[in-house]
Design a protein around this ligand. Sequence first.
Ligand code: ATP
Ligand code: MG
Length: 730
Amino acid sequence: MDPSLILDGLNDAQREAVCAPDGANLVLAGAGSGKTRVLIHRIAWDIDVMGASPFSILAVTFTNKAAAEMRGRVENMLNQPVQGMWIGTFHGLCHRLLRQHWKEAALPQGFQIIDSEDQVRYLKRLIRGLELDEAYYPPRQVAGFINHHKEEGRRAAAVPLARDPKYAEWVRIYQTYEDACQRAGIVDFAELLLRAWEMLKSSEPLRAHYQKRFQHILVDEFQDTNSIQYSWLRLLAGGHKNLFVVGDDDQSIYGWRGAKVENILKFERDYPGAKTVRLEQNYRSTGNILKAANAVIDNNDTRLGKNLWTDAGEGEKVRLYAAYNEVDEARYVVDQIQKSVDDNRRRDESAILYRSNAQSRVFEELLISAGMPYRVYGGLRFFERAEIKDALAYLRLMTNRDDDVSFERVVNTPTRGIGNRTVEIIRDIARNNSISMWRAASQAVNNKLLPARAANAVNTFLELIDSMAAERNEDDLEGAVNIVLEYSTLLEHYKSDKSEKAQAKTENLEELLSAARMFEFDEEEGLGELDAFLSHAALEAGEQQGAEWDDCVQLMSLHSAKGLEFPQVFLTGMEEELFPHRNSMSDAGKLEEERRLCYVGMTRAREQLFLSYAESRRLYGQTHPARPSRFIDEITEELRDRVRAAGPARSGIVGYGGAAASAFASPMRKTGVEVANGIKLGSRVRHAKFGDGMVTNYEGSGESARVQVNFEFAGQKWLVLAFANLEVVS
Ligand code: ATP
Ligand code: MG
């Protein structure tokens, strides 16, 4: 292809970076300056102009979604599908390596990944088993301690012992946990990285193989890599040193998870002669937004310092809304979005950003009342729901009997007469003999270590899992899920419970079946379909699965907004103690991280940026007076405009005002519009299967009219009126 095609649409500095000679390259530049764009063009350049094989490309992104987008854009540019290229997150890529080389990694073939919640639960049990007091060794903090050391590349044995005997206990717990995970064949998130790094470090042939294969290594959001990730990159790039990294020190927001912004400085030291390109033109935001963001970040002392300008014109000022309380804030935001929709703007051009996930609920309630579809990123995640995890635990046991986390989860779920006492005996046997719970349970049964009734119940469980595994057909994933739902009697268990909660759980389990049916199996990954599905559930749970409605208002935490952009951004909850977060206020370093987070949020906006704060806020069940965030003061006054709510309530939305807080007691609704025989927007309706809910949207008319109902337990659903048999409740 003509190289100029790949350089089209790039400015001089961007071109310089894209065509830079092989070697270590660093693009250090502010938000919206085209770093990600440069990275994508660089891949296309390597393949198309430099003749690199896609097999030689390894690109690291921050989310799986970003990875998919990147692949799509490269393919678009090259006008052909690109196979063999590895693009993914650090976790995803390390997982792939471990699956392919489980032997070298000293893992069982069917090893399973546990998420952070499972990690804490597991630790809780181990701490109890060691007869230590949880009050002194809180499982969550112990997990943090362990992850921190793993992120620094330290196994328990390598943690330097302090004199404090209590510290030694923490290390002992780490060691116990490490041994237990190894026996059980389970791997936590931090372990994925550490294990993959250790494997490459210790196996010369493997290292040589991958060093030779991945001639081109590219990393987006480099400022958020932690020590072990950086070491991993260095190992892989060991021979050729072709590392192309892009990042922005001002957007480093994962210090609390071990990310080291110093890696940027280290990079220049570790690769003497590395070429650094700075991009200074911002293409994303208008002048006022950019100046406001620059004014805020300017208050940080530890910066590499950058100039960022735009020729997009001044644009509108940043708008600042002082809300009476959190309901008023949400109402204002929803109102503004409604206005922009009335002006023919798509809903997904608006993003509502917040510091803490708990803030989303109020927005959701108002969006529902306004009949506006929305999507929450990183909210309650499908694969993290209890009933789904139960079903997954059965699946995991089918592939790896030694998975203690799964064993404990379902040995008595649904109840089958295996009491705590029995489980404790099994746990003791496991601990004393350094074997998994599964093996301990078999021993307990065979050697008659349990009372007859308990032994019977345990034996039935062991046989149940074995028969499930025997029944399963290797390449029928949906079939495997079906086996679980039936044999485990999970489905039956919830079906027999007539409460609405149980109904929602039944539906979720049924949804798992469709998730299995829809699962796109990529054989290239080198693992079986069930394993691929389980890994997907563990690794990609945090990201939104496909929604049925594609034009939705976007809701997400500031952390998940990284790298994205929207024409209209609402940065909400700009209050001291909420943002900056109260845990960060007394520590200069943490406060700077909060400010960078604010910078990230502001620079997501292309045309309009709204900041809002409430004078009093109810969060986590308590109401507090609130003060505006210091970050607001840091924006020069001429860049911002204080706005008020537009006079009386927007037509159609009623019920707020002085008694805003009571708005939830009787949900606000868009009145009027009758969809069909007695059903209106806002009607409360009852469905035989989904229970009660409120009509929030509709489309079409007559026979084919469809309504969207937000069911209390079953969530949002689109239903064809002619078939749904909805009964109007009020
Ligand atoms: P962030 O720091 O937020 O990750 P970034 O530096 O990665 O931002 P990009 O997302 O690559 O920036 O680019 C920001 C926006 O500017 C995108 O919409 C991109 O398409 C556009 N853009 C980048 N470079 C150019 C260019 N030379 N001409 C026109 N548009 C550009
Ligand atoms: Mg980017």
